[in-house]
Ligand binder design. Sequence first.
Ligand code: 13P
Ligand code: SF4
Length: 367
Amino acid sequence: RYRTASPEELSARIVEAKNVLGDSVVILGHFYQRDEVLRHADFVGDSFQLAQATQSRPDAAAIVFLGVHFMAETADLLSGPDQAVILPNLAAGCSMADMADIDSVTECWEQLEDLYGTEADASGRVPVIPVTYMNSSAALKGFCGEHGGIVCTSSNAKAVLEWAFERGQRVLFFPDQHLGRNTAKAMGVPLDQMPMWNPTKPLGGNTAEQLDTARVVLWHGFCSVHRRFTVPQIDAARAEHPGVRVLVHPECPMAVVDAADSAGSTDFIAKAIAAAPAGTTFAIGTEINLVNRLAAQHPEHKIFCLDPVICPCSTMYRIHAGYLAWVLEALVGGGEAPSQVLNQITVSADVAVHARVALERMLAARP
Ligand code: 13P
Ligand code: SF4
């Protein structure tokens, strides 16, 4: 019924189910989602905006999240107790989020405590503040909430690091080494004060002396989509398109961010394009669904992806229109079938209590 239906039929069924459900359901979608589902979203945005949007419709009984698992967990944490958060395909995860797990981060934390102690300095700053990128499990957000830390997104990472440096002598940043390094570097932290932590090695593969001068301890995670962008791609774009503006996401490696004209969140990239004078050429270093959509929305510009080989986020891509139709039609019910909540994402209460603290701190640190 869902696999064999044509795109037109699925779209019509989604529209029909939405009409029946009315205000009882709200659909939130990330910029990287396929057009076939994103066109049905009530709100489209970057991770920070979607976290905010979760709280904008407390009247909706169900929030259908067109995104990946960590985003749906965050929506569950920030939504009301009676709201159900639905992820249409449970296989939509994030390989970067999977690169940091609670056991290895706890082990790292204990080693840092042994090294730095737990006492605040004369100005009241504790030895380490944990900061997790939004792209992480709820358990890690809970870890941060419990240990005086905070969550960041790509759009407010600088504000969050400022928050952390006011309260701590140094930061443990996970899972994305690139966002951590790019943000701290732009704030003036020297590279030799940003050691990377490899959880398979004692002291993360560092000497105690290296860690002694650390300002930001970086976890070893990365995004497999954004890691594909390279400086030679930027050089080629500049050679072929004189005057091109190169915009990249801060999950890209440092050399790529340094060689680009600007770096920012998905919303930053969309807004920079919208604000440019007609006739601007853009080379974009981010996920292909967003790049293609921006190119279609802005025929007045020339917009192309820096990576000539198509680079979709394979997990964002897993939300097909069939899954969206399936969860919406289950909510509607009908005939013999009662209304049903499928693929609900629920964070356990013991994790949620701490994770909400870290997320509320993040929401206060506006981009
Ligand atoms: P944004 O916060 O910029 O939307 O990024 C989310 C993401 O997963 C990028 O890979
Ligand atoms: Fe995760 Fe990268 Fe996909 Fe974003 S683009 S969801 S960081 S794998």
